[in-house]
Design a protein around this ligand. Structure first.
Ligand code: GSH
Length: 338
């Protein structure tokens, strides 16, 4: 009897410890065994993740997903995408349907501590704003008292909106619609006076979706901090490291002046930072459980952060702003790759 109780006790302890252990081992192994990275992305937001006219996904979130595939497989095409609304995104990560959430998601403490996930870093520093048709003749968010406002549920947007109006002792009528497509139809059809989301979303939508972009004004107020970045599951440390350093490799490459076209010319560079980066010296890739050419592969096949920004966001009218490198007055700063 005693022996039985003891065995049961040991079993219970093992099972209790298992999810941690399994998660710590598994995502990199799962990705390798499966042969591709499954990324949770937007349902389609220009500049971040959106299929082009040929059905090829493009955007800075897509580039980060491709960079992960390049780091793991040496092939940026070993990726698949799961389009997710704001409300679906965290469940998809928790359930294991996706390996990483790369979908303009704001890093907040409650998401970090309450949802069983870990934010990896920031790939776009943003803030929330408002867009209005110019014909309403509104020049400031402070003049929005009583407005009808379109917003998506399950977002920080919804919460900041309520805070902002309460703080400024104003009222508003929310029109809450889950799907981006539908909320935009509502705004462009005049079912709400205002649409609110991250300013990146407003800039992208005005450039890519407005029948006439010049008819819409993004108001000057930035009402929140929205650091957007990838998230992985809690207890998935090895995978967490890989996603984190993939993002940092893209930033570091920009700082080192290494781009998709130029990196091959630097393979024999005498600069020790570049030698480590391209895997010519040291065992940095091995430390991540990857090939030593992991970072070279990212840059060769996808490019550095600045190149991704130029390709995806600059054509929509985005400024680098806070997303400049720290050496150029921005917030983008990668810890040393050494
Ligand atoms: N950053 C905010 C908002 C993110 C968000 O979902 N924004 C909307 C508007 S730009 C969006 O991406 N919609 C696209 C979709 O639903 O697929 C958050 O993390 O809650």
């Amino acid at each position: 009897m005693k022996a039985l109780v003891m065995i049961a006790g040991v079993l219970v302890t093992m099972v209790a410890a298992m999810p941690q252990w399994a998660a710590a081992q598994s995502t990199l192994d799962t990705v390798r065994a499966r042969g591709y990275v499954q990324c949770g992305v937007n349902t389609g937001l220009a500049g971040f993740s959106q299929p082009d006219s040929k059905g090829v996904w493009r955007g800075i979130d897509v580039d980060l997903c491709r960079a992960l595939a390049a780091a793991v497989f040496g092939d940026a095409n070993k990726v698949r995408y799961t389009p997710l609304t704001a409300q679906q995104r965290f469940t998809a990560l928790q359930s294991g349907e996706i390996d990483v959430l790369l979908r303009n998601t704001t890093w907040t403490i409650t998401r970090d501590t309450g949802l069983g996930l870990n934010f990896v870093g920031v790939n776009y520093y943003d803030g929330q704003g408002f867009i209005v048709p110019k014909k309403l003749n509104v020049k400031s968010a402070k003049a929005l008292n009583g407005a009808t406002i379109c917003v998506q549920p399950g977002t920080t947007t919804e919460l900041n909106l309520a805070d902002y109006f309460r703080t400024h002792k104003m009222t508003f009528k929310p029109v809450v619609i889950e799907k981006l497509e539908e909320v935009l139809n509502a705004y462009f059809a005049g079912r709400c006076d205002v649409y609110t989301t991250d300013i990146s979303g407003l800039v992208a939508i005005r450039a890519s979706r407005a029948p006439n972009p010049a008819e819409h004004l993004i108001l000057p107020e930035i009402i929140s901090k929205e650091p957007l970045g990838p998230a992985v599951r809690h207890g998935d440390d090895r995978w967490f490291d890989i996603v984190k350093w993939t993002l940092y490799a893209m930033l570091e490459a920009e700082e080192l002046g290494l781009g998709a076209k130029s990196i091959d010319q630097h393979l024999k560079s005498a600069n020790p930072s570049i030698q480590r980066f391209v895997g010519a010296s040291g065992d940095i890739g091995k430390g991540l459980g990857l090939d030593n050419r992991w970072a070279y592969n990212i840059i060769k096949h996808v490019g550095n952060y600045g190149e991704s920004f130029e390709r995806n966001l600059a054509p929509l009218g985005f400024e680098r702003g806070l997303n400049r490198l720290w050496t150029q007055g921005g917030l983008m700063y990668a810890p040393p790759i050494r």
